[in-house]
Design a protein. Structure first.
Length: 340
């Protein structure tokens, strides 16, 4: 395909730019400049949508944006170096979601070359942490009626996605010399007891989305091996399949006042749209779709790459999947424009 070299070059360029959440500005600036060149040659416009000082989404539009292609610019830590072989492009963000982003940009170029307009590109910050970019975009609708959100789904349309419920638990104790633990109160032991009770919560199930899950993501605390800890903290995340309120109340009951609870993220589970002719799947991860809400139109979720290598030391994207994604995105835009 004549655009394969541009697609792979853009994917490499994006992966090479470190953009761990809150450090997206360099990749946003790169995209703004690159899309500005495309827009200048094709009658489009590009804007920076400020999210917070030093952080912005990037929005490009051609005509009336009936359909918007969207994904995120940020990645999880740690950064991984770019490398390439005959089959894959490797590195942090290769499949989550810079390869997806590159596929969307090249799909836009192919659509414009064929005379198609009335679509947009929306690239967001913060998806990997708190969807800060999506929250800002939800307040700045541009009239789009359909949203094609990109995440690694092996190029299959997702019929549903789990939601997320994330908490920070903080336990307090009393300092003491570790030779006399009876004189203190260990915040770490208190937190471990709390976490054990949280793990015993019966998690709900859904016939389409499957079972809810729990991950204890981080634990920190204490001062030294010979000091009884006066402070300990954990971050936990549930992948939810239904209304989060019963699970929220179950966490409060399990903690039973032994630790402070701060809710950091709540994203509902979603049932999503399909299109005839596509293979389908159901995914266990959470996306920006619930945060963007109806402001950006009826949502579809699809993208190249496997979620099973995202967030790992083996993150990569197959070149054949990138090429297929360009065709998928361009074809979906045309179908939705015709239906819209």
């Amino acid at each position: 395909m004549e655009y394969s070299s541009d697609l792979f070059e853009l994917t490499r360029a994006l992966v090479a730019i470190e953009s761990v959440t809150k450090n997206e500005q360099q990749v946003a600036d790169y995209l703004f400049e690159r899309l500005s060149q495309l827009a200048s040659a094709t009658g489009g416009t590009v804007e920076r949508m400020e999210v917070s000082p030093g952080r912005c989404n990037v929005f490009a539009v051609w005509g009336d944006p009936v359909v918007t292609l969207s994904t995120h610019m940020d990645t999880v830590p740690p950064p991984l170096p770019l490398r390439e072989d005959s089959e894959f492009i490797w590195g942090r963000g290769a499949c989550d979601a810079k390869g997806i982003l590159a596929s969307m940009v090249i799909a836009a170029k192919t659509l414009l070359t064929g005379g198609t307009r009335n679509f947009a590109l929306l690239f967001l910050v913060g998806e990997e942490r708190n969807s800060a970019g999506a929250r800002a975009a939800a307040k700045a609708s541009r009239g789009s009626r359909f949203l094609i959100n990109g995440e690694p789904t092996d190029n299959r349309i997702a019929l549903g996605a789990k939601g997320a419920l994330r908490f920070e638990l903080t336990a307090s104790g009393r300092l003491a010399h570790s030779a006399y633990p009876e004189l203190g109160c260990s915040a770490i032991e208190k937190l471990l007891d709390v976490l054990q009770d949280v793990r015993r919560i019966a998690l709900p199930q859904d016939p389409v989305l499957g079972a809810a899950t729990l991950n204890i993501g981080t634990i920190t605390g204490g001062r030294a091996p010979n000091v009884v800890a006066d402070h300990a903290r954990a971050e936990i995340m549930f992948r939810i399949v239904s209304d989060g309120e019963p699970l929220r109340q179950a966490v409060i009951a399990a903690v039973a006042g032994r630790a402070e609870i701060r809710e950091r993220l709540s994203t509902p589970a979603m049932r999503l749209s399909s299109l005839d002719g596509f293979e389908t799947t159901v995914v266990s991860f959470t996306t920006d779709i619930p945060i963007l809400g109806p402001a950006w139109g009826r949502p579809f979720l699809i993208g190249p790459g496997s979620i099973h290598v995202a967030h790992t030391a083996e993150e990569r994207i197959a070149k054949r999947d990138l090429l297929e994604a360009v065709e998928i995105y361009a074809g979906m835009v045309k179908r939705l424009l015709a239906a819209g």
